[in-house]
Ligand binder design. Structure first.
Ligand code: HQG
Length: 182
């Protein structure tokens, strides 16, 4: 299995399992789970050949552990990053560390200063525990910049934080006052 095939399939699965399951007629339950057989059948109608071995290889090779397969091996889901409104995963609520990081592009800074961090089309604002991950995330949109978030102070003031299965931290909104100015 080539790296290219794995990466293309990972992008396809992210698109279907986070954003547009209906593009291949797939149903996700409220926790984001899809039946693997239906996923394979739906993809086939779209001219895309998937099989269980390929799907398992994508899941186990994902650098960010983007997907998980149910214990019975029958279902798959993306563990975070959704925009589709059918899904509302009950992530585990957790007290965050003192600081978390958000990688963005410099061109968004003015707007972020005004509105704070907003989830946009996704369900949550995504935060990471380490700076290198935040830089990589920010780089996808332009010149990266890392924002340091006073996560624990937010939590102490009643903001909820969740941690997805893959370690990504999630919250609904980060008001600008909690973004540290270095
Ligand atoms: C920015 C990837 C203007 C925000 C990553 C970001 C992540 C604002 C963009 C996951 C803003 C949204 C999510 C405001 C936020 N004004 N821009 N008020 N507030 N933004 O892709 O966090 O590889 O929806 O800074 O690793 O970049 O796909 O979110 O630049 O975990 O698995 O609006 O996606 O994971 O972009 O990335 P996104 P994100 P995967």
């Amino acid at each position: 299995m080539t790296t290219k095939r794995l990466s293309e399939t990972s992008k396809f699965l992210s698109y279907i399992l986070r954003h547009e399951p209906h593009a291949i007629g797939l149903q996700l339950d409220s926790e984001g789970w899809a039946d693997i057989e239906s996923l394979i059948a739906g993809a086939a109608k779209d001219g895309r050949t998937l099989d269980i071995a390929l799907i398992q290889a994508v899941v186990s090779s994902s650098d960010k552990k983007r997907f998980s397969i149910s214990d019975d091996g029958l279902r798959i889901r993306a563990v975070q990053g959704h925009s589709t409104t059918n899904v509302s995963i009950q992530h585990v609520e957790k007290e965050p560390p003192g600081f978390l990081y958000h990688g963005t592009a410099t061109r968004f800074l003015e707007s972020i200063r005004q509105q704070g961090l907003i989830a946009g089309s996704r369900h949550h604002v995504h935060l990471s525990q380490d700076i290198p991950t935040a830089i990589a995330v920010g780089q996808r949109y332009g010149k990266p910049v890392v924002l340091k978030i006073e996560a624990l102070r937010m939590h102490q003031q009643g903001f909820k934080f969740f941690q997805a299965e893959n370690g990504v931290w999630l919250t609904t909104h980060v008001p600008a006052v909690f973004i540290k100015k270095d």
